[in-house]
Design a protein around this ligand. Structure first.
Ligand code: NAP
Length: 434
């Protein structure tokens, strides 16, 4: 029996798009055997159609992206151009024309996911986006399909390779943030403008997507409390090490005791024994806690042309199977519609580092300030003497709002010269913290 041919259009031919186009051509017979159809790329949209792209036929390139999403024979559109506009309008047009869509665009989905998911549903087509979160790592499909019968309580991940590379080098080599960032830029692990990575926005977009799936609630990037790694110092890393912890930029989504969804990205101390502590360099990992499944961990390469293309091709084959044999993929649901928690109502632990003058009564006044705001201290360490002493305080779980009020009061104490850092702590409270 002759297999049908499914025509595919690609928007974008950069790091990911060019790899996707090359792999569809080089792996044609395997992809055909697995999907039940011959996949044929008929057009690739770019800005500069005269630019040579290795392994990609120049005849496929066009700067008329509209002609791809309205092409009468194209059944699947792969969007790997990035950005909000015109990607959003092009995807909406493709869906309206009853084409299924694969996208790797986390920024777009974290902002306009609800609108795009609704358009895919009302047009009866597939929308897949495995590559939008954590590159090659299967995490969207597991949350959307595999654990959909369970109750996910928490999703916690290292979902940005650039910052994980920087933090790994700071931890292992004792280097400063600035020095490691420069090295990361030289090696291609960080972009010339690293703001979206080091400021936390990239991770925030990804946790918005994961939290929406995990908690059946529409979460956007604007709901995510976001703090990057730019103000971390070598001293913070050194102190974490001294108490057997490591600092990671964690993206966390969880259902709170009040039944609200808390979504946040911030540098976080975790015990060295925690599975996420072993995720080094540019690798990503996502840790999922579900009521019946317990703890699950997904680990792998979070970026790069080939790893990201792997996820895109998985989506492409899934959709091609549906077109060949019938059916549609699982859909997102937002039926739970849980409220988003305000950051000040989130419970976590903290490590606070103060620069103080070593005078009688300093410790007592600091301890009283914590007590006044109902923040309980787990351990206190003091180092240095005279005018150059340092206090490092680890708290028990406390409300973020109470901690913020404590820190504001402490900063105004006479003996406190400066609040050097306030870092959140996750993972089991254990005696190794003290
Ligand atoms: P990229 O290398 O910058 O490539 C973007 C491509 O889209 C280029 O071919 C560019 O054309 C084309 N393009 C962009 N805006 C356009 C416009 N307005 N009109 C026409 N063509 C346009 O980007 P990438 O790294 O491949 O990333 C693509 C997507 O994948 C993004 O959403 C990104 O977040 C996501 N992603 C990337 C990675 C990764 O490791 N790179 C990992 C996961 C997800 P020209 O070549 O002519 O400029």
């Amino acid at each position: 029996m002759n297999k049908r041919t499914i025509k595919v259009g690609i928007l974008g031919c950069g790091i990911v798009g060019s790899e996707v186009a090359r792999l569809i051509e080089s792996d044609k017979s395997d992809l055909s055997a697995r999907s039940g159809a011959t996949l044929e790329v008929v057009a690739i949209g770019v800005r500069d159609s005269a630019k040579v792209r290795a392994g990609v036929s120049p005849k496929l390139l066009t700067d008329d992206l509209d002609s791809i999403v309205t092409h009468p024979e194209i059944e699947i559109v792969i969007e790997v151009m990035g950005g909000i506009d015109p990607a959003r309008a092009l995807i909406m047009k493709a869906l309206a024309a009853k084409k299924s869509v694969v996208t790797a665009n986390k920024a777009l989905l974290a902002l306009h996911g609800a609108e795009i998911f609704a358009a895919a549903k009302s047009n009866g087509v597939d929308l897949y986006y495995e590559a939008a979160v954590a590159g090659a790592i299967p995490i969207v499909r597991p949350l959307r399909e595999s654990v959909v019968g369970d109750s996910v309580q928490r999703v916690m991940g290292i979902v940005n390779g650039t910052t994980n590379y920087i933090l790994t080098k700071m931890d292992e080599d004792g280097a400063s943030y600035e020095a490691v960032l420069k090295e990361a830029q030289r090696l291609g692990y960080a972009e010339a403008d690293p703001t979206a990575d080091v400021g936390g926005a990239d991770a925030a977009a990804k946790i918005a997507i994961l939290a929406s799936l995990a908690f059946h609630t529409s979460v956007t990037i604007d709901d995510v409390f976001t703090e990057g790694i730019t103000s971390l110092s070598s001293r913070d890393i050194e102190i974490a090490r001294a108490i057997n912890h490591v600092i990671k930029l964690l993206a966390i989504g969880e259902v709170t005791e009040k039944g609200e969804v808390s979504v946040r990205v911030h540098p976080t101390l975790i015990p060295r024994s925690h599975p996420l502590a072993a995720v080094r360099n540019a690798f990503n990992a996502v840790f999922v806690e579900a009521k019946s499944a317990g703890e699950l961990m997904f680990y792998g390469r979070g970026a790069g042309g080939a790893p990201t293309a792997s996820a895109v091709l998985g989506d492409l084959v899934a959709i091609a199977r549906h077109l060949s044999f019938g059916g549609l993929g699982g859909r997102e649901s937002d039926y739970a519609d849980l409220p988003i928690a305000k950051m000040d109502s989130v419970m976590t632990r903290y490590l606070i580092r103060l620069d103080v003058a070593d005078r009688p009564g300093v410790l007592a006044s600091v301890a009283q300030t914590f007590a006044k705001h109902a923040v309980s201290i787990q351990t206190v360490r003091q180092s240095g003497r005279g005018e150059d002493a340092e206090l490092v305080i680890m708290t028990h779980s406390a409300l973020d709002g109470h901690l913020a009020a404590t820190v504001a009061d402490i900063a105004s104490l006479d003996a406190v010269k400066s609040v050097e850092s306030v870092l959140r702590v996750e993972g089991v409270e254990s005696s190794s913290d003290s």
